[in-house]
Design a protein around this ligand. Structure first.
Ligand SMILES: Nc1ncnc2c1ncn2[C@@H]1O[C@H](COP(=O)(O)OP(=O)(O)OP(=O)(O)O)[C@@H](O)[C@H]1O
Ligand SMILES: [Mg+2]
Length: 312
């Protein structure tokens, strides 16, 4: 497991040549020295499995590092541990290619082995300990959560400054956010996940009087299925007003987002010296999508609009 800080962009030198001016684009973040401020906490959450949480988490981590920010990361999905495995693969690639790449200061928080009556307190305490180690001295902490309702996920949500929920453009995914009337697409009632978010908003407000900024990303958007896309837009616009979330485009459905895991790389690394992968149009469009997400969470200036997803 990667359990401690191994360096940031500045330490490792070579920055992404087309990622914009480092530091300056982080203008929306508090500009106080990292040691004096509490890191901003970004949680990736959705109880729907396979919606893209870990993929977006990894790209956000690397995107934030390449913006010159000090980044901590926490994986509370210890069963799959996708973000942790992604970062381990990255460390191996760095070793194998003798290639310095930015890495976050990472923690994996495992589930409790204690009896159910003690597990909630144990998991909460261990999560808060990991977060406590990262919130001072970093600009931002990115937390990846499992696609199911668990204590660790709930506690992580309650600490979110920004909650990023990637969802596939499908009414099956939407069903975990709200029950929708099939003909009129009107909202009938909130579903399990939005009810959980609402509960954690109340926990957060009670703890420190602050609110959670909720951002829903439409992940794996295809260029086809125009009717489904339109219906999803209509339903999501209504939900956004009712549940108080913002919307942004997520990542297009691109093979490259699946391929890079084993090497621990992201699209933002592909111009690094020593990585011999020709940049295709799909890669360039994918990089724009990542920058748009960084903009949506408040890190970058708005990028040029990405070209529409291409079939791969
Ligand atoms: N934009 C994308 N284009 C293509 N494939 C994607 C994209 N986003 C995610 N995937 C693929 O979809 C699958 C699920 O993605 P990921 O593991 O990031 O989801 P998750 O929400 O973290 O899942 P879980 O709930 O199981 O933790 C993976 O195989 C991943 O490679
Ligand atoms: Mg995951």
């Amino acid at each position: 497991m990667i359990s401690d800080s191994t360096g940031q962009t500045g330490l490792f030198g070579a920055a992404d040549p087309d990622s914009g001016p480092h530091g300056a684009s982080a203008a929306n973040f508090d500009t106080a020295p990292a040691a004096q401020q509490r890191a901003r906490i970004i949680v990736l959450g959705n109880e729907k499995g396979g919606s893209g949480k870990s993929t977006v988490a990894m790209h956000l981590v690397v995107g934030l590092l390449r913006e010159g920010l000090k980044v901590g990361s926490i994986d509370v999905d210890s069963r799959q541990a996708t973000l942790t495995r992604y970062l381990e693969n990255r460390a191996q690639t760095m070793e194998r290619l003798k290639l310095p790449l930015p890495l976050p200061d990472h923690r994996l928080v495992t589930r409790s082995k204690l009896a159910p009556s003690e597990a909630v307190a144990d998991e909460t305490q261990r999560f808060e300990a990991a977060l406590g180690e990262l919130v001072s001295g970093h600009d931002v902490v990115v937390i990846d959560t499992p696609g199911s309702d668990q204590t660790l996920s709930r506690v992580a949500h309650s600490y979110a400054d920004t909650l990023v929920t990637p969802m596939n453009d499908s009414f099956i995914d939407l069903d975990l956010i709200a029950k929708v009337e099939p003909v009129t697409l009107k909202i009938i009632c909130p579903s399990a996940y939005s009810a959980m978010v609402w509960d954690q908003k109340k926990v957060r407000a009670k703890r420190d009087g602050k609110s959670i900024d909720w951002l829903v990303l439409r992940n794996r958007l295809a260029s086809v299925e125009a009717r489904n896309k339109k219906n999803m837009t209509q339903a999501l616009d209504a939900l956004a007003k009712r549940f108080g979330f913002r919307q942004a485009a997520g990542l297009g459905d691109r093979v490259v987002f699946r391929e890079l895991f084993l090497a621990g790389l992201t699209l933002l690394d592909l111009r690094e010296r020593g990585i011999v992968t020709p940049l295709t149009m799909s890669h360039i469009a994918g990089r724009q999508e990542i920058r748009a997400i960084l903009h949506a969470v408040g890190v970058r200036e708005a990028p040029e609009p990405a070209p529409p997803p291409t079939a791969l």
